[in-house]
Design a protein around this ligand. Structure first.
Ligand SMILES: Nc1ncnc2c1ncn2[C@@H]1O[C@H](COP(=O)(O)OP(=O)(O)OP(=O)(O)O)[C@@H](O)[C@H]1O
Ligand SMILES: [Mg+2]
Length: 356
């Protein structure tokens, strides 16, 4: 399931790189601005077609070039997947085993990627959307059908919102059965996933922070009422504002310590440990459910962590069974000894070399 070859062309300061990562741990080291994060960005783009740093593709394509390309070779239990993403200002082209692919989710499904970086605390600080997406990463990767159900729900939701704006109650009502059935399907799957995820998060937080959070799955409408009841009760407000105020599109997950939201009581380092616990939990659960390994990108490992917590986190990352890519400025910060397979890459002015 791991990436065994990665080829990058025209991505930021990397004109061309061609590396053969280890199935276990890959340490990428180099000075500031050498191109370390750009390698992680390339892997993320290969999986999702998007960067975790920016929505603007022109920022990522190397100055003076028109197209960036990332290709990867994924080793499977039997055979391999050859995947490629090409992005220009106006077009995205995806290939899987020599065939053009229309939907991004096809490659994302095959190559699940997660990231822990210095912006990790945003998972706690931003609005619910980022936590909803986090939850859905897990459901999406474990349940093949989820992406389709979510797309269908959003289509009906859009139709409902448009009917609300037109004041067309008849259409609003006629969409209800479909909306309610899809909403219930999404909620059930998320709830089941959130419950299992909690157990892992609590265990990891206990180890890393020494204290266990309360984790609350919020489904997007009043806990004591059916969505039907809520939508009936709020129809007048929905008609006034022209959108649907309740439903699984408002779901999220909250983390609390002593009844207080995590971001209000945890230090920056502890926030990073909580978010790392959440992401490691997702990766571990993915492995438990599918027997497959995902890719975990850890950008700037030492940021905000003291030596003891860094070593502890590394030991826990090792236990998740993910293929790991870790960037550091000093290679000595990472202990390679527990890893059965590991490689070290040095990046200098956009050039990547394996260190042997
Ligand atoms: N579109 C682009 N074309 C060419 N170079 C770019 C482009 N965008 C960014 N760069 C340059 O790419 C380099 C690599 O940046 P990157 O963020 O990958 O470095 P890094 O090794 O992660 O550094 P740090 O340790 O500071 O995080 C930087 O020097 C940056 O100025
Ligand atoms: Mg960086």
């Amino acid at each position: 399931m791991s990436l065994q070859r990665l080829v990058i062309q025209n991505l930021r300061n990397i004109a061309r790189a061609d590396i053969a990562p280890a199935a276990g741990l890959n340490v990428i080291f180099g000075h500031n601005a050498a191109g370390k994060t750009s390698i992680l960005e390339a892997i993320h783009i290969l999986s999702t077609s998007r960067s975790f740093r920016t929505l603007h593709i022109d920022n990522i394509i190397s100055h003076g070039a028109d197209v960036l390309t990332v290709r990867g070779n994924q080793l499977l239990d039997s055979g391999e997947n050859n995947m490629g993403v090409q992005r220009s200002k106006n077009a995205t082209r995806l290939r899987l085993n020599g065939v053009d692919i229309q939907q991004t989710s096809v490659i994302a499904q095959k190559l699940p990627v997660q990231i822990i970086n210095p912006e990790a605390h945003q998972l706690l600080e931003q609005g619910p959307k980022i936590r909803r997406k986090m939850l859905d990463w897990g459901v999406f990767h474990v349940e093949q059908k989820f992406a389709d159900i979510w797309r269908r729900y959003n289509r009906v939701l859009k139709q409902r919102n448009s009917a609300l704006r037109q004041g067309n109650r008849k259409v609003v009502h006629s969409l209800s059965p479909q909306l309610l059935s899809l909403a219930s399907d999404i909620d059930t799957r998320r709830q089941m996933y959130a419950e299992r995820l909690q157990q892992y998060i609590k265990q990891y937080c206990g180890e890393l922070i020494g204290s266990i959070p309360d984790i609350e799955y919020v489904r997007g409408w009043n806990r004591d009422k059916s969505l039907q009841e809520v939508l009936d009760n709020t129809i007048t407000i929905d008609l006034e504002r022209g959108y649907t105020g309740a439903g699984p599109h408002r779901a999220e997950i909250r983390f609390k310590f002593d009844h207080k939201l995590a971001q209000t009581v945890l230090s920056r380092g502890q926030q990073k440990m909580l978010v790392s616990s959440v992401i490691m939990a997702q990766v571990a659960l993915f492995h438990e459910d599918t027997g497959r390994r995902s890719i975990l990108l850890v950008d700037d490992l030492p940021a905000e962590l003291d030596n003891e917590h860094r070593q502890q986190l590394l030991e826990m990352l090792w236990r998740t069974n993910a293929q790991l890519f870790v960037t550091v400025t000093e290679p000595g910060l990472v202990d390679l000894s527990p890893w059965e397979s590991s490689k070290v890459f040095h990046v200098e002015h956009g050039t990547v070399h394996e260190v042997v």
